[in-house]
Ligand binder design. Structure first.
Ligand SMILES: *Cc1c(COP(=O)(O)O)cnc(C)c1O
Length: 229
């Protein structure tokens, strides 16, 4: 089941790349594993998935240690990160996609130093819609947050992530994806360096995200099936 779903998603990614004139290997599928069991995650790994994302540190602390044998698997934090959970996050994750405030930078530095962690990959989460429930750095503060974060060479900012509002018609989400790419392009000019990663697109809108430049699509439902919890 997961194997067939994975194949279908990869074909969709390939088609979207073709439409956009992009190379297929520019896009990585990240399996969003919230509520999924270690067995389901193993099945995804066996199908070919190497990139996994968890939303909650507590859940990640329970599951990731059980999956240490999955050689080459990478774990990303894709949910809102509370400051008091950073001490666990720096050991669990290869990349934190949800850096959205300076306070988190300070806490990351402190916890990395204590645990002798030399570097960590980060994406800046940008909040592109005004919904109260959404976290992320407002677009007008991205430059300031980047400027602060880039002072520290152990913090490896690779790009940007966003969770747009859920809109039935994926075409209506396109402007949000485009805006994230434009913010990235602007920041590359301001800081005169590359930010190659754009993490955007979920089950119902990932082909549009790929057309707009996504390099990481975060997929749960169409890979594992509907979430029951
Ligand atoms: C759950 C989740 C996803 C995947 O959502 P689906 O619609 O199930 O594909 C992607 N990104 C984040 C941040 C999530 O929490």
């Amino acid at each position: 089941m997961i194997r067939e779903n994975y194949k279908r998603i990869m074909e969709e990614i390939e088609k979207a790349c073709l439409r956009a004139g992009r190379q297929t290997d520019e896009v990585k599928l990240l399996a969003a594993t919230k509520t999924r069991t270690p067995d389901e995650i193993r099945e995804a790994y066996e199908a070919g998935v190497r990139l996994f994302g968890e939303n909650r540190v507590q859940e990640a602390r329970e599951k990731i240690p059980q999956l240490k044998d999955l050689t080459g698997a990478q774990w990303h934090m894709i949910g809102h990160l509370q400051t008091n959970k950073v001490k666990y996050a720096v050991e669990l994750f290869n990349c934190i996609e949800t850096l959205d405030r300076k306070e988190l930078v300070d806490e990351l530095l402190k916890r990395m130093e204590r645990k002798s962690i030399k570097e960590i990959d980060l994406l800046i989460e940008v909040k592109l819609s005004p919904e109260e429930s959404k976290h992320g750095c407002p677009p007008e503060r991205v430059e300031e947050l980047l400027s602060y974060t880039l002072q520290f060479p152990q913090l490896n900012v690779l790009g940007f992530m966003t969770v747009p509002p859920y809109l039935e018609n994926p075409e209506e989400v396109r402007p949000y994806f485009r805006e994230l790419r434009q913010i990235r392009d602007r920041m590359e000019e301001v800081f005169n360096r590359k930010f190659p990663e754009l993490s955007m697109g979920m089950s119902h809108d990932f082909p549009v995200a790929v057309e707009e430049g996504a390099t990481i699509v975060r997929i749960g439902t169409v890979l594992f099936g509907p979430r029951l919890k």
